[in-house]
Design a protein around this ligand. Structure first.
Ligand SMILES: [Zn+2]
Length: 521
């Protein structure tokens, strides 16, 4: 029989059991969930089950397969009733055959618990007072309450006492929207979203997506929490400084909503890992603070044919753009054929920002992501939305696909060839500063003075030209002649300055790729 199926007709547990009969099995355990006549103090006359079937069958089959693998049982299956059910009728059946009884019980228990939690099925209860109401599946998934709430639970052979119930996440205020409803909530639950960057944009994106009940969220961030992050990333606190952001964020989000499966990727998105990361999720929300990452992600989602939501902020201004994998839809490269140089555009470290600016843009990104998951706003036309939060103005710039953009990445200017001093390269990679010195480079530290305070004595770079002084002319650029390696914290400002110096006629100047953060400790 099928691992997971629906039946409009009354269930036939004997027939199902026979189909699981197996000569190698010493035991069989089953669970039957029955419709009972009361729920939360109300008398129930009958009820209806409705499922989002294509999605439910896929998820149900996955659960059964997980149980077979996890507990090493021989066979397992689950059948759920849909349509109108009378009191006393069988609503759901789970059966497991196995060599040993303990595994059979455990697998049976696992399947019914996971089905209630993960499979989009709802019931509408009809009460004796004539009233009726849809009971959100989430509410039926309260640990320890599931049998009692959903059915007159009855376990053949096995029933273990469960832990005392916790409060479940309540989605009623969003599922009350006609565009969301039970089906929409199931789509949210079934969705997986990759959030790249847990910073000023990423924090509100993560908070709202987790709170909304997105089933699986991947958090990509290779940085640690810094004290300077806190004013715009209030998911983090003083005690988190120095801790990996992705991990701290996951712990906080788990507190917000236990329904969400959180996956920590404590790495920077790079050319080597971005395709694998993007492949594992339905959609991507790009929340990094630099354009190199945005174009890296753009190219990956174009290759993978996945939707993505991009945003960026600069001082009091923010931009928002959604990419859809459609023939007529522009990608980031259609709009900016020459990728903006990082650092020239500015980032938060250099340009300064008030916390609510990235927060507003991040909230918009979360909204766009939920709309994509729910299939709302599909009539939208491609556009770049520009928000000026200082003057409270919002412009919508029409965007269209460029015929001369093949939607594929052009060769990366930073290159990956082994010729170290190719002028085509703007960036160079080194394992440590000693290797850069050994290669004959003169190091220039362009960080601000306060950023150097915590450097280890051996890490101190002699030539210090803070970018703020260079940019406003208070310090002269370094003399031409030596072959320079420009160094900053993450390689963003240094890349910008390198491009700037090249445009001023410096030929032999490079940026340390990834900055000091990328060097081995
Ligand atoms: Zn394009």
């Amino acid at each position: 029989m099928q691992a997971f199926s629906f039946s409009k007709a009354p269930l036939e547990p004997e027939r199902y059991r026979d189909s699981l009969a197996d000569a190698g099995s010493g035991g069989y355990a089953s669970f039957e969930g029955w419709v009972r006549d009361h729920n939360e103090g109300k008398h129930v006359r009958h009820l209806e089950y409705e499922a989002f079937e294509s999605l439910a069958i896929k998820e149900g089959a996955r659960i059964v397969q997980e149980a077979i693998e996890r507990f090493g049982v021989n066979q397992a299956a689950c059948v759920h009733r849909v349509g109108d059910l009378a009191i006393g009728e069988l609503a759901v059946w789970v059966g497991v055959s196995s060599a040993h009884r303990a595994e059979a019980f455990a697998a049976c228990r696992y399947i019914i618990d996971e089905v209630k939690h993960r499979v989009p099925i709802w019931k509408k209860e009809h009460y004796t007072d004539g009233d009726s109401g849809w009971v959100n599946c989430e509410r039926c998934a309260v640990p320890g309450h599931d049998h009692a709430l959903q059915h007159g639970g009855h376990v053949h052979h096995a029933h273990e006492a469960q832990a005392s119930p916790a409060f479940s996440h309540d989605y009623s205020r969003q599922s009350a929207l006609p565009e969301v409803g039970a089906i929409g909530q199931a789509r949210i639950r079934a969705a997986s979203v990759l959030v790249i960057g847990a910073g000023g944009l990423g924090v509100p994106v993560l908070q709202y997506l987790a709170a909304a009940g997105i089933g699986r969220i991947g958090i990509v961030d290779g940085d640690q929490v810094e004290a300077s992050n806190l004013h715009r990333q209030p998911l983090f606190g003083i005690a988190d400084v120095g801790q990996p952001k992705a991990q701290v964020a996951a712990a906080r989000l788990a507190d917000i909503n236990q329904d969400v499966s959180l996956e920590v990727h404590a790495v920077h998105a790079t050319a080597d890992n971005v395709d694998a990361l993007v492949a594992a999720y339905d959609l991507v929300v790009e929340c990094s603070d630099n354009f190199r990452a945005k174009f890296l992600v753009n190219d990956a989602v174009v290759r993978a044919g996945k939707p993505a939501v991009f945003a960026s902020v600069y001082q009091y201004e923010g931009q928002l753009q959604t990419y859809l994998p459609r023939e007529d839809w522009p990608c980031l490269r259609c709009l900016w054929p020459e990728a903006p140089r990082d650092g020239l555009v500015g980032n938060c470290a250099q340009a300064g920002v008030l916390g609510p600016v990235p927060a507003a843009l991040g909230a918009l990104q979360a909204m766009e992501a939920l709309k994509l998951v729910l299939g709302l706003g599909t009539e939208a036309r491609p556009a770049v939305h520009v928000f000026d939060l200082l003057h409270l103005q919002w412009r919508t710039l029409r965007a269209s696909r460029r015929v001369d953009c093949d939607h594929t990445p052009r060769s990366d200017a930073s290159g990956r060839n082994d010729t170290k001093f190719n002028e085509e390269d703007l960036e160079l990679e080194f394992p440590d500063l000693a290797a850069a010195l050994a290669a004959g480079l003169t190091l220039v530290d362009i960080r601000e003075a306060w950023e150097r305070d915590h450097d280890a004595p051996g890490q101190r770079i002699e030539m210090h030209l803070p970018l703020s002084l260079l940019l406003d002319g208070r310090a002269p650029p370094p003399p031409q002649g030596p072959r320079y390696l420009i160094v900053c914290a993450h390689g963003v400002r240094s890349l910008g300055l390198t491009g700037h110096l090249r445009s001023m006629g410096y030929r032999d100047v490079y940026s340390l790729r990834g900055g000091l953060a990328a060097l081995s400790a």
